[in-house]
Write a protein that binds this ligand. Structure first.
Ligand SMILES: O=C(O)C(=O)C[C@H](O)[C@H](O)COP(=O)(O)O
Length: 214
């Protein structure tokens, strides 16, 4: 199907590293040291979720502290107002657990990459045809890489970012099944967002990136 829409492409950093760290914390306290650790390892695409208290203040802080070394987006975005607030705070991309056309419209207008979600072929194609930069397969862990491979056989044009329930050692399998990139939340963060060991976080980041390189 040929559409006359101008799709904002995913960032160069996402296409290169192929891993997005989903940072969902109970408090903003430990975000900065964890983010620094990930960026030092080369895991530079970071998604701060709106469910984290003070998420947009944290985004501003991380942007000031990490500058151009990180590709900082916002996740769990629902509704036009939240999308506008995240974009005003400088989000480099927006992610959602659903396909919300209002969020996508804000991203299209601002020419910022948008990653709305779907699970079924129809949901994924609907978000893709509406102009998603890539579609987030969510919750990916409930279906596995075989689902992605089967969906993309008749729909090879879809750029897909599986997220939700993915282990750090599963990255390679998802990329081989046709994913553009994967999102890693809990399996990557571990206890680092609660003040846990940053050395262990660095090791997990290195493992995830090694899996992405294949
Ligand atoms: O809400 C969004 O926009 C999200 O990005 C949701 C994330 O995909 C998951 O919260 C990550 O899930 P885990 O890797 O299982 O911890």
């Amino acid at each position: 199907m040929t559409l006359s829409l101008e799709r904002t492409p995913p960032s160069e950093a996402l296409c290169r590293t192929r891993v997005v760290a989903v940072l969902r914390a109970d408090s903003p306290e430990h975000l900065l040291p964890a983010a620094r650790t990930l960026v030092e390892q080369g895991l530079v695409c970071l998604e701060l979720t709106m469910t984290t208290p003070g998420a947009l203040d944290s985004l501003r802080l991380l942007r000031a502290e990490l500058g151009a070394s990180a590709d900082l987006g916002v996740g769990s975005v629902r509704g036009a107002e939240a999308a506008r607030q995240a974009l005003d705070a400088g989000a480099a991309f927006l992610v959602s657990p659903v396909f919300d056309p209002a969020v996508l419209a804000e991203c299209v207008a601002a020419r910022v990459p948008a990653y709305p979600a779907g699970l079924t072929p129809t949901e994924l194609v609907t978000a893709w045809d509406a102009g998603a930069s890539a579609v987030k397969l969510f919750p990916a862990g409930t279906v596995g890489p075989a689902h992605l491979q089967a969906v993309r056989e008749p729909l090879p044009e879809l750029a897909v970012m599986p997220t939700g329930g993915i282990g750090i050692d599963d990255v390679g399998a998802w990329l081989r099944a046709g994913a553009l990139a994967v999102g890693l939340g809990g399996s990557l963060s571990g206890d680092a967002l609660r003040g846990g060991d940053l050395g262990a976080l660095a090791d997990r980041a290195a493992r995830a990136l090694a899996g992405a390189r294949g």
